[in-house]
Each structure stands twice: as C-alpha cells, then as structure tokens.
Design a protein around this ligand. Structure first.
Ligand code: TYD
Length: 140
C-alpha cells in the first residue's frame, strides 16, 4: 500500500431514497473519519480554472460533487493521483498535509467540502516549493 493510499480514501454512501427522490446522509465521525466543523461549496467555476493549489497543515476534508463533476489532483510530495468526482454519493477523503488542485469543473458543478477545522489561513501552504520544504522538515 502506498503512502498516498493511507492519506486519501474514496467513500461511497448509501442512497436512502424512495419514489420521492434520493437522500444521502453524511454524519461526522460516522460516515466520515472526523467531526464536521465547517462546510463550504464551490460553484460557478468552469474548465478553465484551477482551484485549491494548497495543502493544509491541520484540516482534513471530504469533497463531494453534489451536482455535476470535477477533478481533484492530489499530491503528497512523492506520489500524485487524479480522482474524478462524478456522483453525489461519492466522497473523497483527504488527510491533512495533502496537496490538492481542483479543476475541470462542469458548468453545473457544485463541489461541497466538509472540513474538520474552522478556517485558519495560517495552516494553509499555498506554495508548492514551500510544501516540499515543509514535508522534509516534518519527516526529520
Ligand atoms: P481559496 O482557499 O483560494 O479557495 P479554493 O480552495 O476553493 O481555491 O479561498 C478563496 C478565498 O476565500 C480566500 O480569500 C480565503 C477565503 N476562505 C475563507 O474565508 N474561508 C474558507 O473556509 C475558505 C475555504 C476560503
């Protein structure tokens, strides 16, 4: 198992829907590995923009395209992978210290993000060179 496989997880939740429509439930510490302190969502982005481009020292995330599709490129300094978020029952869990780029948003994309921490700009690393340096220090 690669290190990245321990840092990211693809999650799939049940559909509790019936003839009235679909219902997906995500409970903190039950359906995802952390208690939810914050949610935010990204929409109105398209296939020309790249968002994210950062790593977080403390926050863990679960990303869900509740509508439409997008791609997430994850990177831990030595391995990278591209995940397509393309259904509302699918979530991508990211541990802290994983670099992420979100891109290729469909016009109807609504990317919902659940986070383990309140917003704190000081835990963001927004420069990839700095991220690699931080990982090196972190290991020592
Ligand atoms: P940014 O981190 O660039 O968003 P993304 O990860 O989607 O690329 O955030 C854009 C702006 O919004 C930036 O000024 C920080 C602010 N922001 C908050 O105030 N709180 C939040 O929870 C988030 C995610 C961003």
């Amino acid at each position: 198992m690669s290190k990245l496989d321990e840092q990211i997880k693809l999650l799939e939740w049940k559909d509790l829907g019936d003839e009235r429509g679909n219902l997906v439930v995500v409970e903190g510490n039950r359906d995802i590995p952390f208690a939810i302190r914050r949610i935010f969502y990204i929409y109105g982005s398209d296939d020309t923009v790249v968002r994210g481009q950062h790593a977080n020292r403390n926050s863990e995330f679960v990303m869900i395209n509740v509508c439409g599709t997008s791609k997430v490129r994850v990177d831990n300094g030595s391995e990278s992978r591209i995940i397509e978020l393309n259904r509302p029952r699918m979530g991508l869990y990211l541990k802290n210290n994983v670099w992420k780029d979100m891109y290729d948003f469909s016009p109807d994309s609504i990317l919902l993000v659940l986070a383990s921490e309140h917003y704190d700009e000081s835990e963001y690393i927004r420069d990839y060179g700095e991220y690699l340096k931080y990982l090196k220090e972190f290991k020592e």
